[in-house]
Write a protein that binds this ligand. Structure first.
Ligand code: 9MR
Length: 380
């Protein structure tokens, strides 16, 4: 009896060791019939990226990190390079996470994106309180000069300005517009170019399938081009739904952007499968959704995603990627906004505490049907 227990213990220890080694070597794909990764498959078409959170960057989530290193050849920091974390107080810079992030990308030879230099959200409070325009502009110059120069030659592309337009295509009223004037986008792009002339410079925004909004962005691109200001790409964020936008609308984004001679990047792709409270109450986005928190009707898949929806999601991803493949000459990068479902921002937006399934890897780090579809779209 004693011998049996010892044998059992030794066998268990060996099994645990073998399993940990396998997991670290990409066997999270044991349910998949290919050893080739997504980025291998798409390497001749466009970069395949993922936004990575601070746990991955700081080495606290090795399972996700393993997926990132195997499956993706581009990374974006989900939050770690945003102003409020990098320069929380005047001239107090914190590069702990930023340096780790860049190190991960350099080590793995990835296309490293910096996100985002200028955004009205997640901005340091002192910038919102700065009263004089001159002082505000000094802070902007200092921020861009310090951050961009630090990672010069390592960060390949910057989301220079993020979400500066309203849905009707007009310029959003923000602290940057108010302090720096209507030409602020152009001036900021120029500043970034001075600090790193070789970096790709991106304007990034959501809802670009809406013609009026896209038109506003395209006008801005033309203005920059007409006075010789460098702009390399438009980032279309791609926080989409199972049924919207249509493939036609997505194709229009690609065609209209590439017509101006700039690259198309899909920078924040994810697809929510959950009910949309807007449907219940019209299109007013300023209302408070906290009343839906804990409402089971708004969180129908808490205990698992039904096969029918999983299939729908896979088909939606497949259709979108068929379109991307068709336009591979115009698209230079497709980045998913996260690695696995459990850590997606869509579990908490627009209603907190839901269970969403928007990405390619499930809550147990396993590739989903959608992943298989995308792998199988490219021949061997
Ligand atoms: O995914 C990010 C989430 O963790 C933050 O709480 C949120 C704060 O606004 O920002 C999210 O990322 C956003 C990105 O930086 C810009 N485009 C929209 C993304 C989703 O909100």
């Amino acid at each position: 009896m004693k011998i049996n227990i010892t044998k059992f213990t030794v066998t268990s220890i060996i099994l645990i060791i073998v399993c940990s080694i396998s997991c670290a070597n990409g066997l999270y794909k044991s349910n998949i019939d290919t050893k080739e990764s997504l980025s291998d498959k798409y390497k001749d078409l466009f970069y395949i990226g993922a936004a990575i959170n601070e746990d991955i960057i700081m080495g606290r989530d090795s399972k996700s990190e393993n997926i990132v290193r195997s499956e993706f050849n581009s990374i974006t920091p989900e939050n770690s390079l945003k102003w409020m974390y990098v320069q929380p107080a005047p001239n107090h810079f914190n590069f702990v996470a930023g340096d780790k992030y860049v190190e991960l990308g350099v080590k793995n030879n990835m296309y490293i994106v910096g996100h985002a230099l200028v955004w009205h959200n997640q901005l340091a409070d002192f910038m919102k309180r700065t009263e004089s325009s001159d002082e505000f502009i000094n802070h902007v110059e200092n921020h861009i000069g310090t951050v961009v120069s630090r990672y010069k030659g390592k960060i390949d592309a910057w989301d220079v300005v993020n979400e500066a337009f309203n849905e009707d295509g007009s310029l959003r009223s923000s602290v940057f517009k108010n302090q720096m004037g209507d030409n602020y986008i152009e001036n900021i792009f120029k500043l970034v170019e001075i600090s790193d002339p070789d970096a790709d410079l991106i304007y990034n925004d959501y809802n670009l399938y809406k013609p009026a909004k896209l038109a506003g962005v395209l006008e801005m691109v033309k203005r920059l081009q007409s006075n010789g200001t460098k702009i390399s790409a438009i980032g279309a964020q791609a926080h989409w739904r199972l049924d919207s936008p249509s493939l036609k609308e997505i194709e229009q984004i690609i065609l209209n952007i590439s017509e101006l001679g700039v690259e198309v990047m899909f920078t924040e792709l994810d697809i929510t499968v959950l009910p949309n409270p807007w449907k219940l109450v019209g299109a007013e986005v300023t209302q408070n959704f906290s009343k839906f928190e804990g409402d089971p009707k708004m969180n129908p898949y808490e205990n698992g995603l039904p096969q029918s929806i999983e299939k729908q999601l896979a088909k939606r991803y497949e259709d979108i990627f068929k379109l991307f493949i068709k336009h591979q000459d115009k698209i230079s990068r497709v980045t998913f906004w996260g690695v696995m479902d459990k850590h997606s921002w869509l579990n908490d937006w627009p209603i907190k505490g839901r269970t969403n399934y928007p990405l390619l890897f499930d809550r147990y780090y396993k590739p989903k049907q959608a992943y298989n579809k995308l792998i199988n779209l490219i021949g061997n």
